[in-house]
Design a protein around this ligand. Structure first.
Ligand code: 4UU
Length: 550
């Protein structure tokens, strides 16, 4: 057997040498980040640029701003260590500034997608006991109606304008005008820094508790390690941040990891392919992390654009959902000078998982790459429980310093997901090839991945059965070329009603974030269930395929 696989324990070890993680238990993720920023060569280079206005913040300014904003949050808002604050924000430079300022104070941040419905926001706010939220746009009223203290975040970066239009926020930026400096708090690596939402292998979406230590692991093992392998590491690299910062993929890269390298992050409010192409040319983007639908849109667009526009681009990396062979071929043909790699991770692993180092040189494009340093894996046969050697498919379990502390207030779900205190069940079916490259081939967990976003069938089922004319319902995924997967609802309606497919779609759409709406409805007379009442999701998938082919 290869040296990275032990047949006796069934454990796969990373092929990369181990990374030395900071040992000091009293270290916040922001202190760890700042210790790297202090070493970057050119602190006057931009850390962040806003893609639409060109407004930028240098590394020196970034540190000053975090110091003063955290003082403002402490003195003006009275927020203290251990309090939970929510960010309900689209991408902007304020997102990383607020996130880092808050966690530097030992405050726990929970991120909420700004397109979330009142119901979705209510659930997260009450589960996390949110005491204050930063938001803008429509979410302001939604949060206000829940009795949460809400701070409106400006769209502008013009301080004179902010002083007049939003004095409250101006005061926070200015450190609460406090003569008293930033408070000294003692933050431990084991303290929770963020609560991100994910449904894991089963059931409704749950709060994933990520510690400062988890964020440090993500910075070191996912982002910094990969950069150390480039021929072109660190400063000088310009990343395009078009992925949502409220999701772990965007958060781990753009809010934390890349800053430790002195790279420049160009932040787009939301992905639009034409804008992205302009931004790539205008700012000389070198690295563009995407999800598969973005890769498809980019390839399509690139076919009609002069190749010179992409001259600066060195690497596109795809993750969060499976990338089809067709997309890969199309991309390689269209932009042959650009490296294409995949990465794999989960909210529950703080995005630490695998990255496709050298996969382009080995032409293993469909692989998600090699295990990150300090990480271990097992491939488990789901019927026998045996641990499988390279070349065999089974459920992937991973272990290492990125793995979450647990689900918030949910010891049962934590126990089902983290086996023997350390192994994270991923719910993905995968195998390692003879070179140690990982291939994700299927998913046995319930989640639906719409454009890389998670949708929990159980969340949609709860909305469906709340309709007075729906007796029972179940949700599963149907494949979609454009979006990866779309949610399809199987609905048992009351016999006497005329409730239509469209009525069901509209009913759900009014109660969930737009990306989570049900996109197809199948009326059935009953939902296939096991004797214990569990929905037979495989059977639903079978009904779907047979109805498509007939
Ligand atoms: C097939 O989506 C994420 C994290 C994404 C990510 C991407 C690139 C992290 C690091 C990186 O380098 O998190 P979640 O929690 O929203 O969803 C996790 C699930 C996985 O269990 C798997 O089912 O998303 C799916 N997934 C992938 N599937 C993630 N990446 C891939 C992938 N191929 N490359």
């Amino acid at each position: 057997p290869p040296p990275w696989f032990s047949p006796t324990t069934g454990i796969y070890t990373s092929k990369h040498p181990s990374i030395h993680l900071p040992l000091d238990p009293n270290l916040s993720a922001v202190s760890a980040l700042f210790s790297h920023i202090h070493n970057i060569q050119n602190p006057s280079s931009p850390a962040f640029i806003d893609s639409s206005t060109g407004f930028s913040i240098s590394y020196t300014e970034l540190q000053t701003l975090i110091e003063s904003i955290s003082a403002g949050i402490h003195h003006d808002l009275g927020i203290r260590q251990g309090d939970v604050v929510s960010l309900v924000l689209p991408n902007s430079l304020y997102f990383p500034l607020l996130f880092l300022s808050l966690i530097s104070l030992g405050v726990v941040v929970t991120t909420i997608n700004p397109s979330s419905s009142l119901g979705e926001i209510t659930k997260q706010v009450s589960e996390c006991k949110v005491s204050l939220a930063f938001t803008c746009g429509e979410s302001y009223e939604k949060l206000g109606s829940l009795g949460v203290v809400v701070i409106r975040v400006p769209e502008s970066y013009d301080l004179d304008l902010i002083r007049i239009e939003n004095p409250k926020f101006y005061s926070i930026i200015k450190g609460g005008f406090g003569v008293v400096a930033r408070p000294l708090v003692k933050v431990k690596q084991e303290d929770v820094a963020a609560i991100m939402y994910s449904s894991g292998t089963t059931g409704a979406s749950k709060g994933v508790m990520l510690t400062h230590g988890n964020l440090i692991a993500s910075m070191e093992l996912f982002v910094r390690f990969e950069a150390s392998q480039y021929e072109y590491p660190g400063t000088g690299n310009v990343y395009l941040a078009a992925l949502p910062l409220c999701h772990i993929y965007g958060l781990s890269l753009f809010v934390m990891g890349l800053l430790s390298l002195g790279s420049t992050v160009v932040v787009m409010r939301r992905f639009d392919v034409s804008d992205a192409v302009d931004v790539i040319e205008r700012f000389g983007i070198t690295h563009f992390p995407v999800v598969p639908p973005m890769l498809m849109a980019l390839t399509k667009k690139a076919k009609g654009v002069c190749g010179d526009v992409f001259r600066s681009l060195k690497q596109v990396s795809s993750g969060a959902a499976p990338l089809s062979g067709k997309f890969i071929e199309d991309f390689l043909e269209t932009l042959p000078h650009v490296d294409l790699i995949q990465g794999y991770g989960m909210t529950e692993s703080t995005a630490v998982g695998t990255r496709g180092f050298n996969s382009q040189r080995l032409r293993k494009y469909s692989s998600v790459g090699l295990l990150a340093p300090n990480m271990q894996a097992k491939v488990v046969d789901w019927s026998s429980g045996c641990f499988l050697p390279p070349g065999n498919r089974g459920e992937l379990w991973i272990q290492g310093p990125g793995v979450m502390k647990g689900y918030l207030n949910n010891p049962e779900a934590t126990e089902m997901t983290i086996i023997e205190k350390s192994w994270l069940r991923t719910g993905d079916i995968a195998y390692f090839d003879e070179d140690g490259y990982l291939f994700i081939v299927d998913r046995i967990k319930e989640i639906i991945k719409y454009k890389g976003f998670q949708i929990a069938p159980a969340d949609l089922e709860a909305v469906l059965v709340s309709h007075p004319l729906i007796i029972d319902a179940a949700v599963t995924a149907a494949p979609s070329e454009e979006c990866g997967e779309i949610p399809v609802a199987f609905v048992v309606r009351r016999q006497e009603t005329t409730l239509s497919e469209q009525d069901v779609i509209s009913y759900v759409a009014a109660q969930v974030a737009p990306y989570r709406k049900v996109r197809k409805v199948v009326m059935v007379s009953s939902i296939p269930k096991s004797p214990t009442g569990k929905i037979l999701r495989k059977e639903l998938k079978r009904i779907l395929t047979s109805s498509v082919s007939s």
